[in-house]
Design a protein around this ligand. Structure first.
Ligand code: 0GY
Length: 300
């Protein structure tokens, strides 16, 4: 299948990070795309990506010095989780998954997903990626997956948080927010918008955040002015604040193969070098990269 025109392909030769992740580190947000010939993209998808296989993902994992992956079902596969499940099965227990499920999924299918390594479902509120699903349908799904010990991953734009607040805070599971709720990093880190997001975590101990995707949020871009490996500097205060305020409820991921980027494709090695700028002690790095994802995804 031909990717969309102007589709940016993941970096062909990422640099070796200077930061060495702690033993057992988990890349807790990444995807597989197809391959489309084996696992066709969903008819209702909003984009057609380049293929990005499980083997490419696992070899990037090893190259970057990570041990495990959490693979999140990408919207281009809709609720057909076959590519995800295939990757989990081939990973020999080194990958867990977050699936997309519909309300008509059977108990048997849910159990099969769990058996394959799925531990969560994702609710996506980003309008360019998915069609609207009524809240009562999502709540019904959340109630179905809660007894399995799964959590809900939510993806939304910062401006939509006020409207989504009541729904998020009534979910009966752990709730993991993608990419810090997509803050506008041109605004102050202690301004009302990000303060609202911090309050969500402060008031609701079941809410976690991924401190991922500086490449999507940054205005200044990857390179520091001095040319050193301190990438995406304008995103650092936001991620660092979350890591230091909620050290036991943060996760980090590459977001490989980086769907829908328009201006640049990140060097995954440089993304890893973002980590010591946001988790500045070995203790915080251990929680962010090992203890937290292991508890959430391999805790059973
Ligand atoms: C991400 C971000 C995006 C896409 C998806 O499932 C997806 O299609 O998550 C995006 O376009 O912002 O987390 O991968």
């Amino acid at each position: 299948m031909t990717p969309d025109p102007f589709w940016l392909v993941f970096h062909p030769h990422p640099s070796k990070p200077t930061f060495t992740p702690p033993a057992g580190a988990v890349d807790a947000h990444c995807h597989v795309f197809g391959p489309g010939a084996q696992f066709p993209y969903a008819p209702e998808r909003k984009y057609t990506p380049c293929d990005a296989s499980k083997y490419q993902l696992f070899s990037l994992r090893d190259f970057l010095g990570f041990s495990r992956n959490v693979i999140v079902q990408a919207t281009c596969h809709g609720s057909d989780n076959r590519a995800l499940v295939d990757a989990l099965k081939v990973s020999h227990g080194l990958a867990r998954g977050v699936a997309t499920v519909n309300r008509d999924i059977s108990d048997r299918e849910l159990r099969d997903l769990h058996e394959a390594g799925v531990r969560g479902t994702r609710f996506n509120f980003v309008r360019r990626l998915v069609d609207f699903t009524p809240r009562e349908v999502l709540m019904e799904i959340a109630q179905r997956i809660a007894p399995l010990g799964w959590h809900v991953v939510v993806y939304f734009e910062a401006a939509d948080l006020p409207e989504l607040w009541d729904f998020f805070t009534s979910l009966p599971t752990t709730v993991v927010v993608d990419h810090m709720g997509r803050p506008d990093v041109a605004k102050p880190v202690d301004g009302p918008e990000f303060e609202r997001f911090v309050r969500l975590l402060r008031e609701h101990p079941n809410v976690w955040s991924k401190v991922s995707c500086p490449e999507r949020l940054s205005v200044s871009g990857p390179r520091a002015l001095d040319g050193e490996r301190h990438p995406y500097r304008d995103v650092v205060p936001f991620a660092r604040r979350l890591v230091e305020t909620f050290p036991d409820r943060v996760l980090w991921g590459t977001d490989w193969p980086h769907p829908n980027l328009k201006d640049h494709m990140p060097d995954d090695g440089l993304l890893v070098d973002f980590i010591p700028d946001i988790a500045i002690t070995p203790e915080l790095q251990q929680k962010l990269l090992v203890d937290n994802p292991m508890r959430l995804y391999w805790g059973d």
